[in-house]
Design a protein around this ligand. Structure first.
Ligand code: ZN
Length: 251
């Protein structure tokens, strides 16, 4: 027999659960091999009420088979007021969790990149362009502007409650249950490019003398060429990453 899955329902989906099971992780035993759709039927949540189902952080459709041990997160309408939630769940799953941030969320974008999330941000994109990017590239649009998120062309959006970037990034990770997808320090916070390790000898000529002497490990952004090493800035950011990861309800 397969082991149970760990189920978490968000926002109003909790209304379908017994009071003791709301707003918390619950273990749901599987009856042999089950699909996601069968799991929803088992716990009494109508598929039409679910907009996005993440299984171990990946968006999946109703036919997705469960083997036991997965973490299943269910979301109602992503506060984007999309009129076709069933269609979204079945036909347009996001393959990966990716973001596009609106013009006011530049620091949030940098923090998400710090955690490893592919996050587009340019400070001069208009509302129509943001919605088009979200749709075309399967990105979740992040905004504090509810009117923008309610736009008819948008399929995936997330409203960010806080005005403080450090709180915002923690909220996005919590809301979308992204703890298992954190890949800190793998992406350039400036341009969103991926980092690749490079030999010190290869980059020595580009480094200040004190850096060359103090550090052994270096990474280069594949997008903009910027060099990274684990200096004092890294230490401060690592504290932030650890704080976010520590909020995971899974352990
Ligand atoms: Zn870069």
């Amino acid at each position: 027999m397969p082991g149970p899955v760990l189920l978490r329902c968000y926002a109003e989906l909790n209304d379908y659960l017994a009071p003791a099971e709301r707003q918390r992780d619950q273990e749901v035993p599987l009856a042999g091999s089950m699909t996601l759709g069968a799991l929803l039927a088992r716990v009494g949540i109508p598929a039409a009420a679910v907009e996005i189902a993440l299984i171990d952080g990946e968006s999946r459709g109703l036919e997705h088979p469960l083997r036991g041990g997965e973490r299943v997160s269910l979301y109602p309408v992503f506060e984007a007021l999309d009129p076709t939630p069933l269609l979204l769940l079945r036909e347009a799953p996001l393959r990966r969790v990716r973001f596009v941030a609106d013009a006011h969320l530049g620091r949030l974008a940098r923090y998400l990149r710090l955690l490893g999330f592919d996050t587009r941000y340019e400070n001069d994109l208009g509302d129509a362009t943001l919605a088009a990017i979200a749709r075309r590239e399967g990105r979740i649009l992040l905004s504090r502007d509810r009117a923008l998120l309610a736009g008819p062309a948008l399929t995936h959006g997330l409203w960010v409650p806080s005005t403080r970037p450090r709180e915002q990034v923690a909220q996005v990770v919590e809301r979308l249950d992204l703890y298992r997808l954190l890949r800190p320090f793998t992406r350039c916070t400036v341009c969103n490019g991926l980092l690749a390790a490079v030999d010190r000898a290869e980059v020595a000529a580009e480094l200040p003398e004190r850096v060359r002497r103090a550090f052994d490990a270096f990474w280069r952004c594949q997008g903009c060429g910027r060099l990274y090493w684990q200096g004092s800035h890294y230490q401060r950011l690592r504290a932030l990453v650890e704080q976010i990861a520590a909020a995971c309800p899974c352990d």
